[in-house]
Design a binder for this molecule. Structure first.
Ligand SMILES: Nc1ncnc2c1ncn2[C@@H]1O[C@H](COP(=O)(O)OP(=O)(O)OP(=O)(O)O)[C@@H](O)[C@H]1O
Ligand SMILES: [Mg+2]
Length: 219
């Protein structure tokens, strides 16, 4: 593939491979997803379906690629994200300190955000938005935090019903966690109970009284 691996992955689309090898995986079942490589033990073509489908969900969505320097880890990652974006309808967000994904991002029509101390783009850990949680997902942590009289909306997307609300409690918890990490540094014990309560009250005051944000998505 030389220096142009991405052209290869984009122009010979994953669908092409799915069509010629439709049911082959190491596990003996084709579970959807995009082609990722050849299994060196079985010789079979392997597919990866990062988030599963309606019939099958992986126990969790984490993965890691290991290999000696120059063995193709970055290329594998580029193939995976190009194929998933092209044919699996996935969005990708990459933290890329060395800028090695800038080219692939441009070729896939993505946006490169240059975030550093002097740039005018910031990541705001306090920003807050609504969540859409499937109505049948009773185990969701954000729903568990919702009080009975908290405002919410039921919306419909692609024939499925979702509960839409602003997860204020969850957000306050995240903000506390964020400050805890900032304070903790390398050896500080982090924020104590008093600071935690004070910060929780202050954050809640800003969100509810100053910004007038409620759990209703329109707020
Ligand atoms: N399957 C492959 N076929 C042909 N060339 C490949 C393949 N995989 C990777 N390469 C080429 O090998 C070189 C090293 O690959 P890559 O940069 O992906 O390795 P890496 O494991 O990320 O390396 P590093 O540890 O240095 O980050 C690149 O030029 C890449 O295009
Ligand atoms: Mg690499």
């Amino acid at each position: 593939m030389g220096g142009k691996p991405l052209h290869f992955s984009l122009h010979f689309s994953a669908l092409f491979y799915c069509k010629i090898h439709p049911f082959i995986t190491g596990s003996g079942r084709y579970l959807g997803g995009v082609p990722i490589g050849i299994n060196k033990i079985t010789g079979q073509k392997e597919f990866i379906n990062s988030f599963g489908n309606d019939e099958y969900r992986p126990p969790n969505y984490n993965m890691a690629i290991f290999g000696i320097p120059g063995s193709g880890k970055s290329l594998a990652m580029k193939l995976k994200l190009s194929r998933e974006m092209s044919v699996a309808n996935h969005y990708q967000a990459i933290i890329d300190p060395e800028g090695e994904f800038v080219k692939v991002c441009n070729r896939l029509g993505g946006v490169n955000l240059n975030i550093h101390e002097e740039s005018n783009i910031v990541i705001n850990p306090c920003s807050i938005n609504y969540s859409d949680i499937p109505l049948d997902d009773k185990d969701d942590e954000e729903i568990a935090e919702l009080e009975e009289d908290d405002l919410r909306e039921i919306i419909e997307k692609d024939g499925k019903k979702y509960l839409r609300f602003v997860p204020i409690k969850e957000k306050i918890g995240e903000i506390l966690g964020f400050f805890d990490i900032v304070v903790r540094g390398t050896n500080d014990p982090g924020i104590d109970v008093f600071e935690r309560n004070y910060l929780e009250e202050a954050t809640s005051h800003i969100i509810t009284n100053v910004l007038k944000i409620t759990t209703h998505p329109d707020s």
